[in-house]
Structures are given as C-alpha cells and as structure tokens.
Design a protein around this ligand. Structure first.
Ligand code: FAD
Length: 325
C-alpha cells in the first residue's frame, strides 16, 4: 500500500474530534462538509482556545531562520534561540506568501539531507501566451479537455473564467496539477473547451438583415460571439447570409474552443504546492527515517490533494499520526 493510504485518517475520526471540541459540522446536499458557523474565524478561535487550555505556548512574530542539531535541535528565529529534543515541522509550503508562507520546511529538510521532490504550484490559475483580453470576466460552465503533446490526458466539467492573463475557474484549478507537471516536462499544453455542451443548432431568419454579431449574441455572450465570428471570418455577414456550413463551423468552434497554456500564476495564485519531502524517507508516524526525533506533517510533505478539502484533510491526518510519539 502507498504512503498516503497508510497514513490517511478516516473523515469520521476528524469529524468526531472537531465536534468534541465544539466545532459543529453540516453537510450540503452535494456532500461537502462545512463548519455550521460557515466561518473560518470561529474554527480558528475554538482551536486556539483548546490549545491554550492544554498549556500550549504560542510564540508569535518569530520567523524561523535556521535549525541545526547537536544532541538537541537548536532553532534560530529572527529574535531568539530555542532548544528542543523533538521537532515537528509543520511549516506548509511557499504558496500564498501574502499569508507568511515560506520555503523554510524544505530548507530544513535539505539541511538534514532529506530528498525533496521538485515542487510546483497546484490548484492554480493558468496563463496563455495571447490572453483574450476582450473576454476577461466571462464565466461559463464548460467541459475542459487537457491536451498534452496532442493527447487528451484529463477531462473535467465546471466553471471557467476568462481573465486578462489567461483562464481561471474551478474546472481550471482541477486540471492545474497535470498542467504544471506537463509544463515542467516541456510538454505542449493546450485546452479544448466545450463552452456550450447542450447547443445542437442555431436557427436563422432568412429574411433578417441583422449583422451576424447581433444574430449570434441572441444565443451566446456578445464578446464571445465577436471572437467566434472573427475566427471563422463571418463578422461581415448578415443573418440571412449565414448558411448551414457556417453554423456547423460556429458550433464546432464553441465546442472546441482552443487555448494554448504557457504557465501558471505561480505561488501567488496557487492554493497548494505539489512536491515536497520525499515520503519514502518518512515512517507512517511521520518521523524521519534519517534523523531521530524529527517529524514532518502537512503540506511540506510530498502529498497533494484535489480541490474540495483534501489538502486540509491531509494536514489533519498527518498531524493525528503523531499522537503516539
Ligand atoms: C487561498 C488558499 C485557499 C485554500 N483553500 C483550501 C480549501 O478550500 N480546502 C483545502 O483542503 N485546502 C485549501 N488550501 C490549502 C490548505 O490551506 C493547506 O494545504 C493547509 O493549510 C496546509 O496545512 P499546513 O499545516 O501544512 O501548513 P499551513 O496551514 O500553511 O501552516 C504553515 C504555518 O507555518 C508558518 N511559517 C511558514 N514559514 C515560517 C517561518 N519561517 N517561521 C515561522 N513560521 C513559518 C506559516 O505562517 C503558517 O502559519 C488553501 C490554501 C490557500 C493558500
């Protein structure tokens, strides 16, 4: 069995721990679970209250700069030095530096000779070499195919949102892990987006003199209509001149909207970092196989989950693995 299946804790256990602490949960009809308060702040405050009750000392504004080891670990922060016999690294990854994220966990692991699986931002927006700026702000439910070197490698459904740098939306975050991986391997990445899955045909009035753009914007977003008609050299036509072949071309373009992808929005836009400390060098209780009394939990480890709470679940699961230390 792989490392994650061995270490993951069942959701029921996490649920009962949270509920015991007073964080009540509620489940939506789609199966997603939220705090009943619908507020992250109340979750933080209840967890903090519990930690202080257990006499956990929390030191704020202490940037960890370096950790070394003789008999004990020596932790050097921006203003102090501490010694400890056991050390748990739960420093997350470097995504979202706006919130104080840093690479310190991987730096410490490297200094203790741990192998690091190369990192790449994941659950992240994507950039295109030629952003379609006029479509910026256009959001649509769509089916997205991820094509790498000409082969479809993933297909997802969900929101897409065109932006002035490229594309975002839930469907895009869902495919971003494989996109980043492909780009790291210098693959040619493109998306084929079905923007109107249910569209079968478009009707025309053979006596209408309407410009084609006005005709098509009766069916689809006006900015999109302009782009699709321009791609098919139909912008100058009148509604009455649109023929069956034109309609087929328009529908094909809407169902196979192509977008080349040349990058991601990186750490500043990502929700999670793929890669990290090599799980082959960790035991199932999250201890290091290389250094006694050293533990790594959460996102600093090379485990990445899909969108939908799986990354927080990993952080909690790996932390719960420590209870026996
Ligand atoms: C915008 C955003 C949205 C997200 N949404 C979701 C979601 O909906 N569902 C989900 O499952 N996951 C989500 N995630 C991911 C999830 O938050 C993380 O995977 C999870 O919090 C990782 O937990 P962790 O304890 O390993 O690290 P973190 O929660 O990142 O905690 C690490 C801590 O270490 C501190 N730190 C870093 N460097 C230093 C240093 N040098 N000295 C001292 N302290 C330091 C940081 O300030 C931080 O407090 C989201 C992440 C982001 C950024």
């Amino acid at each position: 069995m792989d490392f994650v299946s061995q270490t993951l804790i069942g959701f029921d256990r996490v649920k009962s721990i949270l509920e015991e602490l007073g964080i009540k949960l509620t489940q939506n009809s789609d199966g997603k679970v939220y705090p009943m308060s619908r507020e992250a702040k109340s979750v933080v405050e209840i967890l903090l209250y519990e930690a202080l009750n257990l006499k956990v000392e929390i030191l704020y504004n202490q940037d960890v700069k370096n950790i070394s080891k003789d008999r004990d670990f020596i932790i050097q922060t921006s203003s102090n030095s501490f010694k400890t016999s056991k050390l748990i690294i739960a420093s997350g990854s470097s995504v979202y530096p706006q919130l104080g994220a840093s690479n310190i966990g991987l730096d410490i692991a490297s200094s203790f000779k741990h192998n690091i699986i190369p990192t790449s931002p994941s659950l992240v927006q994507l950039t295109t070499p030629n952003p379609i700026k006029s479509l910026s702000g256009y959001r649509q439910k769509a089916k997205v195919k991820l094509i790498s070197n000409g082969t479809t490698i993933q297909e997802v459904s969900g929101d897409v949102l065109f932006t002035n740098y490229g594309i975002s939306g839930l469907a895009i975050l869902d495919i971003s892990y494989l996109v980043a991986k492909g780009l790291n391997n210098y693959e040619y990445i493109e998306l084929s987006i079905n923007l109107l899955e249910d569209l079968k045909t478009l009707s025309i009035n053979k006596s209408s003199n309407k410009p084609s753009k006005l005709w098509l914007s009766g069916f689809i977003n006006q900015k999109l209509a302009q782009i699709i008609l321009s791609q098919n050299s139909l912008l100058d036509k009148k509604e009455k001149d649109i023929n069956t072949k034109d309609i087929k071309k328009i529908i094909y373009s809407l169902k196979n909207f192509r977008l080349e992808i040349d990058g991601t929005r990186g750490e500043k836009g990502a929700e999670v970092m793929a890669g990290g400390i090599d799980t082959r060098e960790l035991n199932y209780n999250m201890s290091s196989k290389l250094v006694d009394n050293l533990y790594f939990i959460g996102e600093v480890v090379d485990v990445v989950g899909d969108r939908g709470g799986y990354n927080l679940h990993w952080a909690w699961s790996s932390a719960l693995r420590l209870v026996d230390i």
